[in-house]
Design a protein around this ligand. Structure first.
Ligand code: ZN
Length: 243
């Protein structure tokens, strides 16, 4: 059913335009690197970026999106509250899932879904990261080994100020001694949210097959599963006769 899942890869797309060393890694923007991989997996993929009208996330685009992937870093504040509210509504209604990558921990959409600061420790000295799969039966871990190694990356360390995940799929160890909850699953309303830590823009992380395997798996997991409609409020008539 992979070919029926419609993915929108959103990127603020600023670093790649301003820093030649980042453009060298992601010449068409990291959203297009991710999109190309996901198309090869059989997903229906479009991209959207901050500087497009409505950030590329019109009502029509969201209505045709099963999973929204979000990468942002330097321009979180430039994202319109109205568009964030629009995306949040679709997630809570069960229309789409969200995958928040790396520095999207500080994105408005992730913060509002978490209800916490989402703050963390960080350090950029190119240290090694090892992400241990701690929930091997989870669909997001499908096809992986016991761990993924990223040879050089920016470190994110605990405390990561998030609510306890419904399911924690990965824990990262860093060469410098820090640890981090790096693959976090949540249910919000009828929708699903996955936070995945790797993806710093100065390293070729979205060219790494195991990383893209996780993202593909997460797309399948986060897509709407077709569960029941939910009804809230006063239910006047009981299902069975009472009294
Ligand atoms: Zn980073």
């Amino acid at each position: 059913m992979a070919d029926s899942i419609r993915v929108t890869v959103w990127n603020e797309y600023r670093h790649e335009k301003r820093h030649p060393e980042i453009a060298a890694i992601y010449p068409d923007g990291l959203h297009n690197t991710i999109a190309t991989h996901l198309r090869a997996e059989g997903f229906t993929v479009r991209t959207a970026t901050l500087d497009e009208p409505e950030h590329g996330l019109t009502e029509a685009v969201l209505a045709e999106t099963d999973v929204l992937i979000w990468w942002g870093h330097m321009a979180h504040d430039e994202v319109s509250d109205e568009i964030v509210a629009r995306a949040k509504r679709r997630i809570l209604e069960g229309g789409m899932g969200l995958i928040a990558l790396h520095s999207a921990h500080f994105s408005k959409i992730f913060q509002t879904l978490m209800g916490s600061t989402c703050n963390l420790k960080w350090r950029e000295i190119g240290e090694k990261e090892r992400l241990w799969v701690i929930e091997p039966g989870h669909p997001i871990a499908q096809g992986l080994g016991e761990y993924i190694e990223i040879p050089h990356t920016e470190m994110y360390g605990e405390r990561f100020d998030i609510p306890a995940p419904d399911t924690l799929v990965f824990i990262s160890w860093f060469e410098g001694g820090d640890v981090f909850r790096s693959g976090c699953c949540y249910h919000r309303g009828r929708g699903k949210v996955f936070y995945f830590r790797p993806g710093h823009e100065t390293y070729p992380i979205f060219h790494q097959p195991e990383v893209m395997r996780v993202i593909s798996n997460a797309v399948r997991w986060a897509a709407p599963s077709g569960g029941p409609e939910v009804h809230f409020g006063h239910i006047k008539e009981p299902l069975e006769p009472v009294g």
